[in-house]
Design a binder for this molecule. Sequence first.
Ligand code: HEC
Length: 143
Amino acid sequence: MIRVSFRLTLLSLLLASKPTEAPSAASPQAQESGQVLFEQRCASCHAAQPGAEEEWGPNLYGVLDRPVGSAVDYRYGSYLQSENAAGALWTEESLGAWLADSKAVAKAAGRRTKMPEQDVSEAELLRLTAYLATLGDALVAAQ
Ligand code: HEC
């Protein structure tokens, strides 16, 4: 637990020290390598196109700034359900903590998640969010 909160603290420091420009302003190279990373590390469980069917994980089209746990017809675990009920939105910061260790984030709130820990590094995270930010903004409206 101490190790996990240390990692989360490091990650939030890193994210907080980043320039505050919008992720869509990230370089095309970062977006492109983020897409490759997404295909390697996430696409086995997640679709990312408007209207795509839910897979083992929810569709991630437009996930940045979207309400947590809001993919239509997806049956979420208790942590994402409770965040949805609390009105939380996915931000670069919450996405960062989630991707660093989803199980620890859920456990810290006394809840569970079905998403296995991905152990995404800080450098990979910046590439992934650069890519995810290019994917539209309205999953619900797209369906
Ligand atoms: C082994 C399958 C698997 C892999 C690989 C995986 N995920 Fe997930 N992911 C899930 C599942 C299952 C959920 C739903 C968890 C729940 O409901 O508790 C989820 C949920 C999420 C959510 C919450 C979405 C929402 O609608 O609130 C995000 C964001 C996410 N994953 C991002 C990623 C990213 C980015 C990657 C790649 C680095 C990734 N995931 C890799 C299975 C996976």
